[in-house]
Design a protein around this ligand. Structure first.
Ligand SMILES: Cc1cc2nc3c(=O)[nH]c(=O)nc-3n(C[C@H](O)[C@H](O)[C@H](O)COP(=O)(O)O)c2cc1C
Length: 321
């Protein structure tokens, strides 16, 4: 059974972005569910072997905190034996096992994983049944609508198979794999999926404001919404969406609040093993929309260590008033 979610607004998995520090911030702002960055089933198996030798668990590889719960781990990779093994390794630590069938990046699709699987109906069925029988925790799925424009309705068949095989919730990002991030997410497809599904549907794509979230719910009838890029450097969006859905209004945050939030993020990163390059990218996102931000970003980008970055961000307070 799916855990109870504290809100209808979820944080999307984003490799290099939705690290445990940002996830925790979004959780504190009301995200009902957070999902790890996608992780290769083969890397889980290889890491577990190494970690076992040092009497450590996979938690050392996929970092998280208890405060994030309910927490979903996202897997990719289509080798059935490896999939079963990896799912069993991660199961004890996570509340949901999510499967990625949306990633459009060529290095993923070329290994018959991510969005490429949408056109592999038989393999897909085997993947779902392998996962569902490997673990007792709920298994969920995240998909794009299709591979090319001509196959943009593939999601319907895949969703039906997923439901038959015991997948408990589906997130649809209604762009095709070949579309990448261009054009708009076609929310009508979320509505169509909701109409043919008996399991909860999570709508995803292009939610950048509380108004967008409400519009997606109103237009599609989806059970939950998932926010990705809109939450980058902006964990406030969860609270704003939740308030807007409840009351029709929400609190606006200043650029100073955003900087404070970056420093909170920075503080949280010290507990996890987050690459400095990722922290710098997060710093850029937290300065989005800031007057003088365009001058600030090259400085952030060329900073060499945390203390230098902290100094640059501290100086940014003078820009935000
Ligand atoms: C930098 C980045 C990394 C992403 N990594 C993942 C990932 O690991 N797993 C996944 O299912 N989707 C990933 N996505 C896709 C998002 O989860 C989401 O489906 C997509 O960004 C559309 O939602 P949005 O318009 O709210 O950003 C990623 C997106 C971005 C921008």
């Amino acid at each position: 059974m799916l855990p109870k979610f504290s809100s209808r607004v979820f944080l999307a998995p984003m490799a290099g972005v939705s690290d445990p520090a940002l996830r925790l911030q979004c959780k504190k702002m009301g995200a009902g569910l957070v999902v790890t960055e996608f992780t290769s089933i083969h890397s889980i198996i290889a890491k577990e072997q190494q970690l076992k030798e040092n009497k450590k668990t996979i938690q050392e590889f996929i970092k998280y905190s208890e405060k994030e719960r309910p927490l979903s781990v996202q897997l990719f990779g289509s080798d059935l034996v490896a999939l079963e093994k990896a799912a069993k390794i991660v199961e004890p630590f996570f509340d949901i096992i999510d499967y990625n069938m949306g990633c459009p990046a060529p290095h993923i699709t070329q290994q018959m994983a991510g969005g490429a699987l949408l056109q592999e109906v038989n393999l897909t069925r085997q993947i779902f049944s392998t996962l569902v029988s490997a673990v007792k925790k709920p298994v969920t799925l995240k998909i794009r609508s299709g591979v090319t424009d001509a196959s943009r309705y593939l999601f319907k068949e895949i969703a039906q198979i997923a439901e038959d095989e015991g997948i408990q919730m589906i997130t649809l990002h209604p762009r095709t794999v070949s579309q990448g991030y261009s054009g708009n997410a076609d929310w009508k497809l979320i509505k169509e999926l909701k109409e043919i599904s008996d399991i909860p549907i999570v709508g995803n794509g292009d939610i950048k404001s509380p108004e967008d979230a409400k519009a997606m719910i109103d237009e599609t009838g989806c059970d939950y919404v998932m926010v990705g890029r809109g939450a980058m450097g902006n964990p406030f969006l969860f609270e704003q969406i939740i308030d807007y859905l409840k009351t029709g209004t929400y609190k606006h945050y200043s650029l100073k609040d955003k900087l404070d939030s970056f420093f909170e993020y920075l503080h949280l990163t010290t507990e996890y093993d987050i690459k400095f390059s990722n922290i710098k990218s997060q710093a850029m996102r937290f300065t989005k929309g800031m007057i003088g931000g365009t001058k600030l970003r090259p400085k952030i980008s060329s900073s060499k260590h945390i203390t230098e970055l902290e100094k640059i961000m501290n100086n940014a307070y003078t820009l935000s008033y």
